[in-house]
Design a protein around this ligand. Structure first.
Ligand code: NDP
Ligand code: GDR
Length: 343
């Protein structure tokens, strides 16, 4: 019997990689999507299967993290073995503009989904997309025992989700875990996160269609990994005997400035000729440095990433240059190139 999984946030960066991974493992995959006035499924269109076909394995359902009744209905209908809660308003800077909406989707949305799980009585394994942003002002290296100090409405909402997931584990005996993931990126990364903003701009500047790139704080240090490798870690967290929380990180921290420099050099460009400062991209409270210690995940899950921030910058520049050259190139070409090295 194949397993059934429900992924919230399936249209996002991680959701698309996770759907691919689970389909490749023979899962029946169900995804929650939001109704929008434009198509929002570009990251998973290559996975589309006609639901009328008898061997279809991917099913999409309209729903929203703000609609608890809908989540309950879906839980009864789908009866999943595993639930991956990836849906969130995930942009830290935007969370300062929309703090209440962020609390509702990124925070309260989690308890709505956990309640749907609890009320259904099905007891699927539950993965919560927790974040290195929880550490905030606490200096690196950060591991599962490092104190949290959130520095944004986004991080405060994720803190609630972290604790409510832990509480449902302890209170109701659910197999519910937090994956505390450090930044992970890819050619599918949302265009307003700094890595993709940089690599898209490099491609456009190289093509002669853009001259300047406007950025905020270049001194922030991040531990950037490759999203395709991180979703494997999420899945492994649900395959062990006991529910536990895990950090996933490369252990390599570099500044935004270094990511910029490597990206421009990859395209044969001098970054100082093109990058300009714009205070609009500063945050009221910044997270200065995140560098993770993944020892526990390595020991208990056998999870070892192969691509750090420096390699990622090159991979993403190449993909954006290629995408501009061959517009319409499907996402999955790049996935086939991804190497997962730990077996
Ligand atoms: P994205 O921003 O790419 O994707 C977010 C997903 O959530 C999208 O599918 C989006 O739908 C969906 N979503 C947003 N609001 C709602 C809502 N109210 N109801 C239902 N769905 C909603 O995020 P990532 O893929 O990068 O990240 C996945 C998760 O992991 C997020 O929770 C994020 O906070 C967390 N995380 C990410 C890290 C990273 O570095 N990428 C690191 C640590 C944690 P739509 O497409 O319609 O907008
Ligand atoms: P982050 O990612 O806040 O770490 O959250 P982001 O790429 O937005 O910022 C990283 C760092 O770059 C600095 N920065 C800029 N950021 C953006 N977006 N735009 C700019 O122009 C710019 N200039 C400098 C930021 O100040 C910051 O220090 C991501 C999200 O995916 C979260 O959902 C996730 O939880 C964390 O990673 C781990």
């Amino acid at each position: 019997m194949s397993k059934t999984a429900l992924i919230t946030g399936i249209t996002g960066q991680d959701g698309s990689y996770l759907a691919e991974l689970l389909l490749a493992k023979g899962y029946e995959v169900h995804g929650l999507i939001r109704r929008a006035s434009t198509f929002n499924t570009s990251r998973i269109d290559h996975l589309y299967q006609d639901p009328h076909e008898t061997d279809a394995k991917l099913f999409l359902h309209y729903g929203d993290q703000s609609d608890g009744a809908r989540l309950v209905t879906l839980m009864y209908e789908i009866q999943p073995d595993e639930v991956y809660n990836l849906a969130a308003q995930s942009h830290v800077r935007v969370s300062f503009d929309e703090p209440e909406h962020t609390a509702d989707t990124t925070g309260t949305g989690t308890v709505r989904l956990l309640e749907a799980v609890r009320q259904s009585g099905i007891k699927p394994k539950f993965y919560q997309a927790s974040s290195s942003e929880l550490y905030g002002a606490t200096p690196p290296p950060q591991d599962e025992n490092t104190p949290f100090y959130p520095r944004s409405p986004y991080a405060a909402a994720k803190l609630y989700s972290y604790w409510i997931t832990k509480n449902y584990r302890e209170a109701y005996g659910l197999f519910a875990v937090n994956g505390i993931l450090f930044n992970h990126e890819s050619p599918r990364r949302g265009e307003t996160f700094v890595t993709r903003k940089i690599t898209r701009a490099v491609a456009a500047i190289k093509a002669g269609t853009q001259e300047h790139l406007w950025l905020g704080n270049l001194d922030a240090v991040r531990d950037w990994g490759y999203a395709a490798e991180y979703v494997e870690g999420m899945w492994r967290m649900l395959q062990v005997d006991e529910p536990e929380d895990f950090v996933l990180a490369t252990g390599v921290g570099i500044t935004v400035r270094e990511f910029v420099q490597i990206s421009f050099e990859r395209a044969g460009l001098d970054w100082e000729e093109h990058v300009r400062f714009d205070e609009r991209y500063l945050r009221p409270t910044e997270v200065d440095a995140l560098i993770g210690d993944r020892s526990k995940a390595e020991a208990k899950l056998g999870w070892v990433p192969t691509i750090d921030g420096r390699e990622l910058a090159k991979l993403m520049v190449d993909a954006d240059v290629e995408a501009l050259t061959h517009a319409g190139r499907p996402w999955h070409d790049e996935v086939k190139l991804a190497s997962w090295g730990t077996a």
